[in-house]
Design a binder for this molecule. Structure first.
Ligand code: F0G
Length: 353
């Protein structure tokens, strides 16, 4: 069947009117991949919702197509966001698609190279501040409140509407709701969106149960786990380097209503899961995304799961966004040799011994 994009496919669940421009880059419809090796090791049925295959390489495209369509419908000419990188890439791409201007504010030196490249090539006006994501979001909120510019961070409710469609896809792909949905938590919009999606699908009779929602912050940025904002959040997973999540209440509510939890993982746990996903499952995600799998490994050790439960881990972004982290984490540059068969054979035996 022809896939016509996220807005068209899910329009009965979305705030779409006759005047909404049905823009698309064919976002959504991402694969749910069974993690065979991990499933065997943990005695679970683990699936990876690989959001890195969206058009700009992250789940942000789902919310952005909706937010940009509504901005366009409302006659806005400029959109603006704060970002740790993926939101800015998505905003820039959809602004280009819809013919809008785009301004993005990023934390200087704290976004992955690929994401910066995206914002620039899609034609956004990129401003790096000497401050973190939380400060960038404060500034964006102040400016968009005073000027005719549409805020497209996930505090814009249309973002959540678009992002909830991933929960619908998970239910369709599994032909049921999972027992547990594991997800990285940064600004907390996505966990809020998934929970809304699962509830709406259940309420419409399209699924028979609801998953437990388990969200994972990075240890150095675990504001929700600690119960207070963190002034100087830190983590190798720059996408979720956030100390005062805007959708804090949404995350707490999702965990509470679903009888799940908000927990944390360390940078080492994140990098371990990140490497295992690539070299055991063939799935390359960015470090922040691996927080979902790292979290499942952690909970498994604590005896959280029953055998054979179905667990979906959301892999929020593509590994190619952050090539520096991949190379640094395995500490391996390619071996450089001269261009002879002997030299290559010698190198192969060196590498395989
Ligand atoms: N994973 C990735 C790859 C992300 O880029 C983000 C958020 C998250 C997880 C967390 O999702 O914020 O909804 O809890 N990135 C935002 C950005 C903050 O600016 O791109 P969340």
């Amino acid at each position: 069947m022809k896939y016509e994009g996220l807005l068209q496919t899910h329009k009965e669940f979305l705030p779409i009117t006759e005047d909404t421009p049905m823009i698309t880059l064919h976002e959504g419809n991402t694969p749910l991949i069974r993690a065979d090796q991990l499933s065997k090791e943990l005695n679970l049925n683990i699936y990876l919702k690989y959001e890195g295959l969206n058009p700009t390489g992250s789940f942000k495209d789902r919310g952005m197509v909706m937010a940009v369509a509504k901005a366009k419908e409302e006659g806005s000419q400029t959109i603006m966001c704060a970002s740790t990188g993926n939101t800015s890439a998505a905003a820039a791409a959809y602004a280009a698609r819809a013919g809008l201007n785009c301004i993005v504010i990023i934390p200087n030196n704290n976004i992955a190279l690929g994401k910066l490249a995206q914002a620039i090539i899609y034609g956004a006006k990129v401003i790096a501040i000497e401050g973190n994501f939380d400060r960038a979001l404060e500034i964006v909120r102040e400016i968009t409140a005073k000027h005719p510019i549409t805020l497209v961070n996930s505090v814009n409710p249309y973002r959540i509407e678009g992002q909830k469609t991933a929960a619908f896809e998970v239910c369709e792909q599994l032909e049921k709701a999972p027992d547990v949905l594991a997800i990285p938590v940064g600004n907390a919009g996505n966990i809020t969106a998934y929970w809304k999606g699962f509830k709406e699908y259940y309420d419409k009779g399209k699924s028979n149960s609801l998953p437990k929602m388990v969200g994972f912050e990075a240890e150095g940025s675990m504001a929700i786990v600690k119960g207070e904002p963190i002034k100087d959040p830190e983590t190798i997973a720059t996408a979720i380097r956030i100390g005062n999540p805007a959708s804090w209440d949404g995350a707490v509510n999702a965990a509470k209503e679903s009888e799940g939890q908000i927990n944390f993982v360390t940078d080492d746990e994140i990098l371990n899961a990140y490497k295992q996903l690539a070299n055991k499952e063939g799935v390359f995600c960015e470090p922040a995304s691996a927080a979902s799998v790292a979290g499942v490994m952690k909970l498994h050790k604590q005896g959280y799961f029953s055998n054979d439960e179905t667990v979906v881990c959301v892999l929020t972004g593509n590994g190619l966004k952050d090539p520096n982290n991949a190379i640094d984490s395995v500490k391996a540059d390619p071996l450089v040799v001269n261009d002879s068969e002997e030299a290559v054979m010698e190198a192969i035996s060196k590498l395989t011994n």
